[in-house]
Design a protein around this ligand. Structure first.
Ligand SMILES: Nc1ncnc2c1ncn2[C@@H]1O[C@H](COP(=O)(O)OP(=O)(O)OP(=O)(O)O)[C@@H](O)[C@H]1O
Ligand SMILES: [Mg+2]
Length: 310
């Protein structure tokens, strides 16, 4: 069994004259949680849909479990569990029947399907909703049912497109905890896209940051933080129309959504700036993945448009 679960080389998807995914290379190795990060329209879902054989590649190469997705889509689909960005549960069926009907696609015998379904409903905390109709479920419960469904055929690779977007922080934490358990206990490989940097930082062993179909950065979250931004950040809220202080030595300045962020290797370099912002809400904290993301995407934007704000 190859150690590489997904191999993408020059992977490209073009819609009309728009390059949604623009010649990207990455490898997902067995047993890891690998993240796809990026702003809206970056190409995360398109990449995942190509892996899940839901849309053909325009060019490049894409292997899943050493199988070429272009030549062996059925065999690839049998090996991966997919949670798409939009829920597509059957609203006419109850929770359990959603799983049982899905099990038929994979020709899982009924007694086995029942046993697996109950186990997965327990795992995802839906045991007391077995007979509920889908429309009676909350957003978080629907997402958990989608995850249970994706696990029914015991896939080696789980592809999750923003499994926790729009859910409250507690439910989000629960889902991420379940995924971490799944990876530890069953050795599953998990490919996940998310907008939540904090969670990506905690859960993903490696990740790529995508923007406009291209990879801006790749690596372990802690390495990206170390390499891309200085160690400390001064974050000042509600700066309104105040000018950003851009000319300071050894400080990088970024403005975002009315907040000003300054990065430096040492907190002492940042303290004089606090005087300038007297009366504002602010804090000095260690840099995090969100800062990396911000800087990468801001640099792209300013390179393209001469702007410093995202
Ligand atoms: N079926 C399609 N036809 C035409 N263009 C598409 C199609 N699907 C996606 N695109 C375009 O491809 C680009 C990438 O879209 P994609 O859905 O992969 O982004 P994303 O990173 O998943 O964004 P989000 O965070 O909003 O989900 C976007 O510019 C989008 O408009
Ligand atoms: Mg998407």
């Amino acid at each position: 069994m190859s150690e590489n679960v997904v191999v993408a080389r020059n992977l490209t998807k073009v819609y009309g004259d728009h390059r949604a995914v623009d010649s990207i290379d990455f490898t997902v190795t067995r047993g890891e949680i690998f993240g796809l990060l990026g702003p809206n329209g970056a190409g995360k879902s398109t990449t995942m849909r190509m892996i899940a054989c839901r849309t053909p590649l325009t060019s490049g190469e894409l292997l899943v479990e050493s199988l070429d997705v272009s030549n062996a889509p059925r065999r690839v689909r049998a090996q991966i569990g997919v949670v798409p960005q939009e829920n597509n549960l059957d609203p006419d069926l109850n929770v359990l029947d959603n799983l049982l009907v899905y099990a038929r696609y994979f020709r899982i015998p009924r007694t086995e399907a029942l046993a697996r379904s109950h186990k997965l409903l327990h795992f995802t905390g839906l045991t007391d909703r077995v007979t509920a109709r889908v429309e009676e479920l909350s957003g978080g419960m629907k997402r958990r049912l989608m995850i249970a469904r994706a696990l029914l055929h015991q896939p080696k690779l789980l592809v999750l497109d923003e499994p926790t977007t729009g859910l409250d922080p507690q439910v989000r934490q629960e889902i991420w905890q379940r995924l971490a358990e799944l990876q530890k206990e069953s050795g599953a490989t998990i490919l996940i896209s998310t907008h939540y940097m904090e969670e990506a930082e905690k859960l993903c062993e490696r990740l790529i940051v995508l923007d406009k179909g291209r990879i801006l950065a790749a690596g372990a979250p802690q390495d990206l933080v170390r390499q891309s931004v200085s160690r400390y950040a001064l974050e000042v809220r509600d700066c309104d129309n105040r000018p950003l202080q851009e000319a300071l030595a050894n400080v990088q300045a970024v403005s975002r959504n009315g907040a000003h962020l300054y990065f430096a290797a040492d907190p002492e370099i940042l303290t004089p700036l606090m005087k300038y912002y007297e009366g504002h809400r602010m804090l000095i904290r260690p840099s995090n993945l969100e800062d990396v993301f911000l800087q990468l995407v801001v640099h792209e934007e300013s390179a393209n448009q001469g702007a410093h704000t995202v």
